[in-house]
Each structure stands twice: as structure tokens, then as C-alpha cells.
Design a protein around this ligand. Sequence first.
Ligand code: FAD
Length: 250
Amino acid sequence: MADARGPATPPAIVWRTATVAATRAENDHARTLELDVPGWPGHRAGQYLDVRLTAEDGYQAQRSFSLASAPESGRVEITVERIDDGEVSPYLVDELRVGDQFELRGPIGGPFTWSVADGGPLLLIAGGSGLVPLMAMLRHRAARGSTIDARALVSVRGPGDLLYRDELTALASDDRLDLRPTYTRLPPPGWSGFAGRIDAAMVAAIGPPPQERPLVFVCGPTPFVEHAADLLVDGGHDPARIRTERFGPS
Ligand SMILES: Cc1cc2nc3c(=O)[nH]c(=O)nc-3n(C[C@H](O)[C@H](O)[C@H](O)COP(=O)(O)OP(=O)(O)OC[C@H]3O[C@@H](n4cnc5c(N)ncnc54)[C@H](O)[C@@H]3O)c2cc1C
């Protein structure tokens, strides 16, 4: 908000204490944590937060996690996928219990956000847990009853790796939303949809075409994001309309 004295100062990003209010298994290696965070200022779809864990000996580990919940929900939810040899994600997926506490700060992130006021059409491309911030955008779009043309291409190894499966099925009943997975390793028997790593043909098939100047959001492991961004630019999409978020190691 701005006034005659100029833009208001954005709220400071301070460390707050989060309490686990509920947990929900999304598949056998990912879990959503619903958090109570007193003083949470609200967020925009696409933003993330930092989690800081402190061991009894004072050792600290910090990682970033996208907000999964729609801004309208008033909830602070993250979805964490377990990296088997990881330091932080196995603890968040397997160990944390309702009532446990840790520190977080946020919301963080500006360019990788979308609101219905930004318009469309919208093209979302996710690799694995890169779906999380894009799901916040889809939830926001649904919460607002938006009819903005939206397409989503989600790359996962197999159906068991897809996050939010039932909710995605329900969202896909919206005929202004075209949501398609590609299974890179284990397509289900008889599957006739996309299979394999995302390629130029998939990007062209999901649309919208570059002439419609979609706003494009790509999120996932670094190599996935770079591959998708190259496909989009080679396919004629305006780089200024493509926003990316890299989750993994470079
Ligand atoms: C802005 C942002 C938002 C993020 N949002 C989410 C989210 O919503 N959900 C989520 O599950 N993760 C998310 N991440 C990734 C998350 O921050 C951690 O990197 C991830 O949970 C692994 O942490 P770890 O401590 O378990 O693994 P580490 O101990 O850091 O790493 C263990 C091993 O796994 C590799 N590795 C690390 N991260 C990944 C990865 N993402 N994919 C493949 N290999 C990896 C490392 O190179 C290392 O070899 C996000 C990252 C960023 C930067």
C-alpha cells in the first residue's frame, strides 16, 4: 500500500516459532505440515519460507520450503519430499509430530508469484516437488473462482510420486484448467498420456502457444528447470514471461 509519504515499508522478515498443527501424508515419501505461526503476515502464491532447526548442541540447519496453501486459506502449509540421504527433509517428513516446534521466517520471494490480478493465460511446469508453489497458484485461482485459462504439466517418475493426487483430480474438472502429468519412469499400465522427460512436443501440446503470451512458471530441480526453460525459449516463448524457481543442487 502506498500513501503520500511513499510506499509503506514491507513487514520485516523475522524468525517466528511454528507449531505443527496437523500433518498429512501426500504419498509414501512426502508430507504436508500445517503450521500454527503466531504473527504470520500472510503470503502470495509462489512464495516460500525458511525453516531453521536447532539441535540440542546448538547445531543449526536451514532450508527453504514453498508455501503450498492458498493465501485465501489463512493457513501456513508446506509439503516436504524426503531426500533419502538428506539432512533436513527426512526429519520433517518422518520425525516431526503434532505439537513439535521449530523456527521459520517468511514469506520470501517476489518474482515467482502469481495472483489472478496478474492475468493469464497461465502455463505451469513442475518437476517433482516443484509442484508445491504451483499448487498454491492453482489453489489461489480456484479460491477466487477464476476462469483464467490455465495449463499445468507435471513431471513425476510414476503415479505414486504425484503430490495432491485427489485434489488435482478434483481441480481438473474445471474445463478452463488442463492438467497433465508426464511419467518419466513408471507410467501406469495402459497409460496413453505423456510419458518420458518433458520435450518440445509436450510443451507445444499443453499450450497455450507463444502467440498468446502466457505467463509461465517453472519449478523443480535445477537441471529440470534449465531444460524446461530452454524448451520454452526455443519454442518461441518470451523469456520475459518465464519465471523459474530452482529447488535442488546446481
Ligand atoms: C526456494 C526453494 C523452495 C523449496 N521448496 C521445497 C518444497 O516445497 N518442498 C521440498 O521438498 N523441497 C523444497 N526445496 C528444497 C529444500 O530446500 C531442500 O533442499 C530439500 O528438502 C533437501 O534438503 P535436505 O537437507 O534433506 O538434503 P541435503 O542434506 O541438503 O542434501 C542431500 C543430498 O540431496 C541433494 N539434494 C538436495 N536437494 C535436492 C533436491 N531438491 N532434489 C534432488 N536432490 C537434492 C544434495 O545435493 C545432496 O546430495 C526448496 C528449495 C528452495 C531453494
